[in-house]
Write a protein that binds this ligand. Structure first.
Ligand code: ACO
Ligand code: ZN
Length: 226
């Protein structure tokens, strides 16, 4: 209800510009009927997908003041596996991944970050791996050169040809657009490192990201160096 009112007020102010829906995070143009239609289509389905009603059995692997992280395994009750699938689909959709299947679904461990408003705002899918190829650091361009930031971030990544040992592969990591830069991805990864292999704590080097997006690369670079 509140959000609907807010949208109507915004309509007057931002008639000709892009607006961000304060509940689903979609950016669209209010005065464009096609955009409005797409937003209507997306809004309900998205919020339904990330809604978390609470489960009889929850495998809580971390707790914070602003939420908690649940681990979902392939043999868990249907409702849990379905929610993990729904959220992964939302993430895949945003990442532009076409194929919905995981390489080894039976081995996948899905971590879900539930916030205090009972929404799944983070999803991380991890799988056991043996080796990975390190993404090589590109030489830094001086920031003041005003080189197009887009180009800067979309350069092809250069990978080493020497495989290195890794134990845990991150095949997906996604955080709800309105909940980013609050350390949710960082906390999910820290939790993976301490729970992925029972009784041991993985180093940052033992965790590898598969095919990172520009956002993923920025995050992974920052995470590995801190
Ligand atoms: N640009 C620059 N730096 C970034 C970015 C970014 N987009 N995202 C994170 N960082 C860096 C920052 O230094 C940040 O610390 P700061 O906020 O104090 O400056 C640090 O990483 C930690 O970031 P978190 O808050 O823990 O990351 P967040 O919860 O925002 O999630 C994520 C990052 C998952 C990449 C998110 O932006 C996202 O979901 N993006 C869209 C989906 C995507 O591209 N996922 C990666 C796909 S690759 C893969 O799945 C293997
Ligand atoms: Zn919306």
């Amino acid at each position: 209800k509140q959000d609907d009112d807010q949208l109507i007020i915004d309509a007057g102010q931002k008639q000709f510009g892009a607006t961000t829906c304060s509940s689903c995070g979609m950016v669209y143009s209010l005065d464009n009927p096609e955009d409005n239609f797409q937003h209507n289509q997306f809004h309900q389905r998205f919020l339904e997908s990330i809604k978390f009603v609470g489960w009889k059995k929850e495998r809580v692997v971390a707790e914070f003041w602003d939420g908690k992280i649940l681990l979902v395994l392939p043999d868990d009750p249907k409702y849990a596996v379905k929610k993990a699938d729904d959220v992964r689909r939302v993430a895949d959709n945003e990442l532009g991944f076409q194929q919905m299947t995981l390489s080894r679904p039976a081995q996948a461990k899905t971590y879900l970050f539930i916030n205090s408003e009972r929404m799944v705002v983070g999803c991380l899918v991890s799988e056991p791996i043996r080796q990975a190829y390190r993404v090589l650091e590109q030489p830094d361009h001086p920031k003041d050169m005003t080189k197009d930031d887009f180009m800067e971030r979309h350069r092809a990544w250069c990978c080493s040809v020497i495989p290195e040992q890794a134990l845990c592969g991150i095949s997906r990591i996604w955080v709800f657009s309105l909940s980013r830069r609050q350390g949710i991805a960082t906390r999910m990864l820290d939790t993976v490192r301490s729970t992925f292999v029972y009784g041991s704590h993985l180093t940052k080097q033992e965790v590898a990201f598969s095919d990172p997006t520009p956002d993923g690369k920025q995050f992974a670079t920052k995470y590995s160096n801190t």
